[in-house]
Design a protein around this ligand. Structure first.
Ligand code: NAD
Length: 274
């Protein structure tokens, strides 16, 4: 093969990637849905900022996997519930890669029977309520606040937030979680309206029960009887894979979805249809 052909093939390969020259941020990128989405952003040519709070090993592992596959990624430690840390994360993103095109605000916690109890409202400790709202709802508010400031300067950006089917189909014992994820629907739609003429789109996905995630492992580990119950609630009769969420996020960020904003997208095998 001639040098010219190799160069042409290389160029075609680069052009085939959706996000060549773009920069993506993924919060909660240490594990589960965030880890897989970060890797697919990189597969599509984006430079990726992988962020998480405590699980630094997991975040650095995501970066290692991306770099090993020929992509480019950087780890930034950030607790999304703390404003100064979020502002610093966006600053670091811009300092490192010069811009911010896509933000997947995915970090979150939920009842897992261990770190966060499954508990009815009457017994719910105030600290569980506060922590859940702080990370799942205020965390996304803070991320969007600083992401949108940067995206307004660029007149371009796409944000995808992670809500949950729990926002539309609440179950007993998940009060704080359900409230936080329902709040994200209003927050996403508000941001979409505020940014509608600024070249910035904002959408949210609502994952159904998703395998290979810490939340799923903890939930089914602490309450194995719930695994079958959960399965039975899904019309398509399978648990989602993180890839089901990641590919939808990638599509929402792509130009194929250029007229979609303020959209609330369940990815749940039909769970919220009945
Ligand atoms: P996960 O527990 O594997 O991932 C959560 C990620 O968020 C981890 O990387 C964790 O380190 C990070 N995180 C937690 N608190 C943080 C904080 N204060 N600051 C920064 N990062 C923090 O689970 P997952 O399922 O991949 O979760 C991703 C998102 O999907 C969450 O918002 C979750 O609520 C949502 N979700 C998950 C399911 C499911 O079945 N797994 C269903 C619906 C929605």
């Amino acid at each position: 093969m001639s040098g010219f052909t190799i160069m042409r093939l290389r160029k075609e390969n680069e052009m085939a990637k959706k996000f060549q020259g773009k920069v993506a941020l993924v919060t909660g990128g240490a594990t589960g849905i965030g880890k897989v989405t970060a890797r697919i952003f990189a597969r599509e040519g984006a430079k990726v900022i992988v962020s998480t709070d405590k699980n630094i090993k997991g975040g650095e592992d995501t970066v290692r996997l991306i770099n090993k596959a020929g992509g480019e990624a950087t780890f930034v430690k950030c607790d999304v519930s703390i404003a100064v840390e979020v502002e610093a994360m966006i600053d670091e993103c811009v300092q490192t890669y010069g811009r911010l095109d896509y933000a997947f605000n995915n970090a979150g916690i939920g009842p897992d029977g261990k770190r966060v109890p499954v508990v009815n409202i009457v017994d719910c400790p105030e600290e569980i309520w506060d922590r859940t709202i702080d990370i799942n709802l205020k965390g996304v508010f803070l991320c969007m606040k600083y992401e949108i400031r940067q995206m307004l300067k660029q007149k371009y950006g796409v944000i995808v937030n992670t809500s949950s089917v729990g926002a539309l189909k609440p179950v007993p014992g998940f009060g704080a979680y359900s409230a936080s994820k329902s709040g994200l629907i209003g927050l996403t739609k508000t941001a979409a309206l505020e940014c509608a003429t600024s070249g910035i789109r904002v959408n949210t996905i609502l994952p159904g029960p998703t395998g290979r995630t810490l939340l799923y492992e903890y939930l089914t580990g602490a309450h194995p009887e719930e695994k079958e119950q959960m399965f039975n609630m899904i019309p398509m009769k399978r648990i989602a894979e993180p890839e089901d969420m990641a590919e939808a996020v990638i599509w929402l960020c792509s130009d194929a979805a250029s007229f979609i904003t303020g959209h609330v997208m369940p990815i749940d095998g039909g769970m919220t249809s009945g």
